[in-house]
Design a binder for this molecule. Structure first.
Ligand code: SF4
Length: 445
């Protein structure tokens, strides 16, 4: 028996779905030592911070929270504190973690989280600090069957890394080159999640899912992978994120339209409505091309839910560029927009660009954009009336609710005798006080 059996661990996760999913793998690794999870850092023998450095705010928050562990470690030197993920992986990070946080016992990056359980055991034995940042994956990244939080939606990695090098983005520097998982391996994982564990949604993850397969010898494109996964028997749907407009072809729209099991929702980051800014961002598409994808997707799937990411205040963005972004929002009428102020990331080209915009101005623009999007989303509710959406039927506070592929809730009043967690078409019959209500419309399926 090792010293960890029956002891507690605590994981704090920052950042994107990729990190959330990696924490699920870290959880599995620590549980393989016989450990139990706790929300209380004071109780934990092992404390892990899985960090993000995509924006300065996330990085500062993580750093400040890690600093508070110093007193906990002082009180109980037997605790093991580990930091992993994107923050330590940066070559020119804002914080020199190893130097500034001497009480942290293990500091590793993104490519060796699969070794974390071993590092924890090594540290417990030798009390020698582990600081190991490697440039390439150390062994298999799908190293453990993840212990997932959610029992409806399961994240599944299909591709790691990114080769795009958008000028504002730190991801290619901390996550490495695009590396796809073999299709058969993904198929087996999804099949197990659906058929043995009862998952209803599978969300395929990658920094750019549309690049899937390009690095494989015996290859399959992303749309082919989707069709392949749809051959798995079961009542489930597949979502995916994130797509890059440059690589999203007609083949994907066709598969989304034709395969019932592919959810009718698309997150397509545009980042800016200005061609000038997109060029400076190194995004490799223009607004005309972007709008053509949206047009095709809507033509093929009229009720598709669309969302996007926007960066406000990129260096050189003037009033005209910003207004073009607002114009795009009014035109596309997204169901959801994730907007952020541009955040300087050390080591990325945009940090050195002329025309950096003051924080105050960035915030003004961001607030203006968010206000507009709020009005658009309220107005969008009208479009749901009399439309039918294939929904996952669930029970919320004793009432049946259909959840659309885009995550919208449609209340189904009076529908008392229902099972949960199955898909059924729901027709919207009412739009009141920002809420949708409807009836199950079995004839439409
Ligand atoms: S596509 Fe661009 S924004 Fe997305 S992860 Fe790659 S470099 Fe970053």
């Amino acid at each position: 028996m090792n010293n960890f059996v029956g002891r507690f661990y605590h994981i704090t996760t920052y950042g994107c779905q990729m990190n959330v999913h990696e924490s699920e793998k870290i959880r599995a690794a620590l549980q393989s030592l016989g450990m139990l999870e706790t929300n209380d850092v004071n109780l934990a023998k092992v404390i892990v911070f899985n960090t993000c450095c995509v924006r300065e705010g996330a990085e500062d928050r993580a750093y400040n929270n890690i600093v508070t562990l110093q007193s906990i470690k002082k009180e109980d030197p037997g605790k093991i504190i580990a930091i992993c993920g994107c923050m330590p992986q940066q070559k020119k990070g804002k914080y020199n973690l190893a130097e500034k946080l001497p009480f942290v016992d293990i500091i590793i990056g993104t490519h060796n989280i699969n070794q974390l359980a071993q590092y924890v055991k090594d540290y417990a034995k030798t009390k020698r600090r582990v600081i190991e940042i490697v440039d390439k994956p150390k062994g298999k990244m799908d190293f453990n069957t993840p212990v997932r939080d959610d029992h409806i939606n399961a994240y599944v990695n299909i591709i790691y890394g990114c080769d795009k090098y958008c000028t504002y983005c730190i991801v290619p520097y901390v996550r490495g080159r695009e590396t796809s998982r073999p299709p058969k391996e993904i198929y087996e994982e999804v099949k197990d999640l659906v058929q043995n564990q009862g998952y209803k949604y599978i969300t395929l993850l990658g920094q750019n899912v549309n690049s899937y397969g390009k690095d494989l010898v015996d290859t399959m494109s992303f749309s082919e992978l989707l069709s392949f996964l749809c051959t798995i028997e079961g009542d489930f749907k597949i979502k995916f994120m994130t797509s890059h407009p440059m690589d999203l072809g007609d083949d994907l729209i066709k598969v989304m339209k034709n395969e019932y099991k592919v959810a009718k929702t698309l997150h397509l980051p545009v980042q800016s409505g200005s061609d000038k800014v997109l060029q400076k961002m190194n995004r490799h598409y223009n607004i005309k091309h972007y709008k053509s994808i949206i047009r095709k997707a809507r033509k093929a799937m009229p009720t598709i839910s669309l969302s996007t990411d926007i960066i406000v205040g990129f260096p050189g963005e003037d009033e005209k560029d910003f207004n073009q972004t607002l114009k795009l929002l009014k035109k596309v009428k997204y169901d959801q927009v994730f907007a952020f102020s541009y955040s300087k990331r050390s080591g990325t080209p945009a940090t050195e660009f002329d025309g950096q915009i003051e924080e105050k101005e960035k915030n003004l623009r961001l607030n203006k954009l968010l206000r507009l999007q709020k009005i658009i989303q309220q107005d969008n509710l009208k479009k749901y009336f009399k439309q039918t959406y294939d929904c996952l039927i669930q029970q919320i506070n004793g009432v049946a609710v259909g959840i659309t592929d885009g995550g919208k809730e449609i209340y189904i009043p009076g529908y008392k005798y229902f099972n949960q967690n199955y898909f059924a078409p729901v027709q919207v019959e009412g739009v009141r006080n920002h809420k949708l209500s409807g009836v199950i419309n079995d004839r439409k399926r």
